[in-house]
Design a protein around this ligand. Structure first.
Ligand SMILES: CC(=O)N[C@H]1[C@@H](OP(=O)(O)OP(=O)(O)OC[C@H]2O[C@@H](n3ccc(=O)[nH]c3=O)[C@H](O)[C@@H]2O)O[C@H](CO)[C@@H](O)[C@@H]1O
Ligand SMILES: C=C(OP(=O)(O)O)C(=O)O
Length: 418
């Protein structure tokens, strides 16, 4: 399954360019099936999850080509409403195809999705929303069968601002006649990107980025080739920021949308990183050991993202003092903790709370990556550790980080893949 070997070093220096956002690209690629046409989408990250989404679309009769960040997608010949079970189970965003395929064909068959194992991850809010819009959905042997005769816009109050449920409902509501209003919608920048994409496609969505999204359902017969550019990945940018945190470093992080990751930069500034912003670049300087922070809770956007929790924990593992982290979004997202402890970290978890007692140095060890961000956090920890670290099962990391090894090398990290 592949491993990284990382030699601990003394400082990071260089420039790293951030790619397109995984969590924006995946639902946008899924939404291309709603209208059969050709699309040219730029800034698509070169990652395993995207390759998987292309494989799903290809298996359903669509054509996809990808080269150097640009995808050509042709969904005119979609020939099934059945999403292949083996592929659906590999990525989380495959569930978003439910709303998109229902929109296009009025029917869908899809298994429960995969993705990182970071808790229960039910899809009750997706199903509740789609049903309210008129879909009939039942489950048999782990497969969801959906059909719709008379979709109708409606008001949907989400019990929690779920990213996936908001996206799924948007993709079905765009073609359900009448207005749909989603209350307590997720506010993530990736939702705004999806709205922008849908509007450019000829649909009518407004309010994304706030808790209330209004979708005017309508027939969309646009046929022209559609061009779009995905936003950059705020979590990838945050991950390189965390790489600078345990060493004396000066790195330039390019191609960012800095307003999207204010909650990340402000936390690292509080911990002692110097961050200077120019238009699309931030310059991060670390002059020594970071300070611990009293308490950090993960929250839906605009709060501190759960997708940065593991990397932030790796940073705080060598900070001066104790930090408390509370993971409020997922119920089981601490699988990186036992691995960080193998490297000498002093961390105790009780339920969703982790107490990190910063130690002066971590040391190299053999550790296992259990999920995407947890795996990245182990690499971050290894960069500042004394000695050699072997991080196993790096396919988790490759799901969501584009050219991770090459980008780290460009910052001076001594890393090889075996
Ligand atoms: C591909 C993608 O975009 N993944 C992101 C998306 O995941 P995802 O869309 O799965 O995350 P959600 O926002 O839906 O989940 C947040 C919380 O809501 C719960 N929940 C969700 C749906 C539901 O029907 N019922 C329910 O109880 C989940 O179990 C979890 O505890 O947002 C997460 C939260 O920012 C990120 O960590 C993921 O990187
Ligand atoms: C949890 C994540 O991804 P997914 O929802 O695709 O599993 C993530 O990107 O951190």
């Amino acid at each position: 399954m592949g491993s990284f070997i990382i030699e601990g070093i003394n400082n990071l220096e260089g420039i790293v360019e951030i790619g397109g956002s995984k969590n924006a690209a995946l639902p946008i690629i899924a939404s291309t099936v709603i209208v059969g046409r050709e699309y040219i989408i730029e800034n698509i990250p070169d990652i395993e999850d995207v390759r998987m989404m292309f494989e799903i679309l290809s298996s359903m009769g669509c054509k996809t080509q990808y080269d150097n960040g640009i995808a050509l997608i042709d969904t005119r010949e979609l020939n099934t409403h059945s999403v292949p079970e083996n592929l659906v189970k590999k990525i989380r965003s495959s569930i978003i195809l439910m709303g998109a395929v229902l929109s296009r064909t009025g029917n869908v068959e899809v298994a429960f999705p995969g993705g990182c194992e970071i808790g229960l991850r039910p899809i009750d809010l997706h199903l509740k929303g789609l049903r309210k819009l008129g879909a009939e959905i039942h489950e048999k042997n782990g497969i969801l069968f959906g059909s719709v005769n008379n979709p109708k816009g409606c008001e949907i109050q989400l019990d929690y601002p779920s990213v996936g449920a908001t996206e799924n409902i948007m993709l079905f509501a765009v073609s359900a006649p009448g207005n749909t209003t989603i209350y307590n919608a997720a506010k993530e920048p990736e939702i705004v990107d999806l709205q922008n994409f849908l509007n450019k496609s000829g649909f009518s969505v407004r309010g994304a980025g706030t808790g209330t999204i209004v979708i005017e359902g309508k027939k969309n017969e646009e046929k022209d080739i559609l061009e779009y550019k995905i936003i950059s990945d705020r979590i990838e940018a945050g991950t390189y920021l965390s790489a600078a945190s345990s060493l004396k470093s000066k790195i330039y992080i390019k191609n960012i949308e800095k307003e999207h990751f204010k909650s990340i930069t402000s936390l690292y500034e509080d911990a002692g990183l110097e961050i200077r912003e120019t238009h699309e670049t931030i310059v991060v300087t670390n002059r020594g050991r970071l300070r611990s922070l009293e308490k950090v809770s993960t929250q839906p956007y605009p709060g501190f993202p759960t997708d940065m929790q593991a990397q932030f924990m790796a940073s705080m593992a060598t900070a001066n003092g104790n930090t408390i982290i509370e993971e409020t979004v997922f119920d089981s997202r601490y699988k990186h903790v036992p691995e960080l402890k193998k490297m000498g970290a002093d961390i105790t978890t009780v339920g969703r709370v982790a107490v990190i007692n910063g130690v002066p140095r971590l040391y190299g060890a053999e550790v296992d990556s259990k999920d995407l961000r947890g795996g990245a956090a182990l690499v971050i920890a290894a960069i500042g550790a004394e000695g050699t670290t072997k991080v196993n099962d790096i396919y988790h990391i490759n799901r969501g980080y584009e050219k991770f090894m090459d980008k780290l090398r460009s910052l001076g990290v001594i890393i090889t893949e075996i």
